[in-house]
Design a protein around this ligand. Structure first.
Ligand SMILES: Nc1nc2c(ncn2[C@@H]2O[C@H](COP(=O)(O)OP(=O)(O)OP(=O)(O)O)[C@@H](O)[C@H]2O)c(=O)[nH]1
Ligand SMILES: C=C(OP(=O)(O)O)C(=O)O
Length: 216
């Protein structure tokens, strides 16, 4: 099965506010964009991915991610994450009504194409399926087979919500890079240990300290 991915991205100046106490204020928008570039680049390299749509109103991010090959969908609902995802899925299916669609967070800087392929292969067995994040509370990927609504319920403790919605919880082995979303400085430290993509590596390399985490 070939998948269309829908990747939501908040305006850079407002995104990843939970990194505020760990990352210097001026470095955050560039770092968030680097996460999104690495996420989109790895997704586009994944054999199971036909195309990537990024739902964002950020002009700088839009240009940078379009240059990588993503389609940019304006966040017209302006109603938060789940409204943006539903809108992105509709935009994908307006062009390809029978598309298999998967929502993927934009904060996966360590994402590896082969690991994403394993998750998507597992998801293809179910009408709807999801992958829990590394903290086992949230969700990093929600997939809907052709003809099924995505019905996203992201935000906070979305693992339980997606499970309650009837989506199958995926448990493929060795997919840590797909689960490793970065919300906090500690998440970033773990992602760097896993190995991040070139954009995040370059953003971090330009800092005077290896990772300007609070209290260090
Ligand atoms: N288009 C769009 N994307 C969103 C919106 N809210 C969150 N996202 C994206 O959804 C994904 C998961 O969100 P979070 O991990 O909570 O990221 P965040 O909202 O930037 O982080 P915090 O500010 O720390 O809560 C990220 O890729 C965000 O950029 C929204 O209102 N619109
Ligand atoms: C968006 C989510 O969580 P977080 O904001 O913690 O990344 C989620 O896991 O559904």
């Amino acid at each position: 099965m070939q998948w269309s991915l829908v990747i939501p991205l908040k305006p850079l100046a407002r995104a990843k506010s939970r990194l505020a106490d760990a990352i210097a204020e001026g470095a955050r928008p560039g770092l968030v964009l680097a996460f999104a570039r690495d996420t989109v680049a790895a997704a586009l390299e994944c054999p199971g991915v036909a195309d990537v749509a990024v739902v964002t109103d950020d002009p700088v991010a839009g240009r940078a991610l379009a240059a990588l090959g993503a389609r940019i969908v304006p966040d017209e609902p302006a109603g938060g994450l789940n409204a943006a995802l539903a809108h992105g899925a509709s935009a994908v299916r307006a062009a390809r009504p029978e598309a298999a669609v998967a929502a993927l967070n934009a904060d996966l800087p360590a994402l590896r194409p082969a690991e994403l392929a394993r998750v998507l292969t597992a998801a293809a067995e179910f009408p709807r399926a999801f992958l829990a994040d590394a903290a086992a509370l949230g969700t990093t990927l929600l997939a809907a087979a052709p003809g099924r609504q995505l019905a996203p319920a992201f935000g906070g403790a979305s693992r339980a919500r997606h499970r309650a919605s009837g989506a199958a919880e995926l448990a493929p082995g060795s997919v840590e890079s797909v689960r490793r979303d970065v919300d906090t400085g500690e998440d970033l430290r773990v992602a760097l240990e896993l190995g991040v993509g070139p954009y995040t590596a370059a953003a971090c390399a330009s800092w005077t300290a290896p990772v300007p985490l609070a209290g260090q």
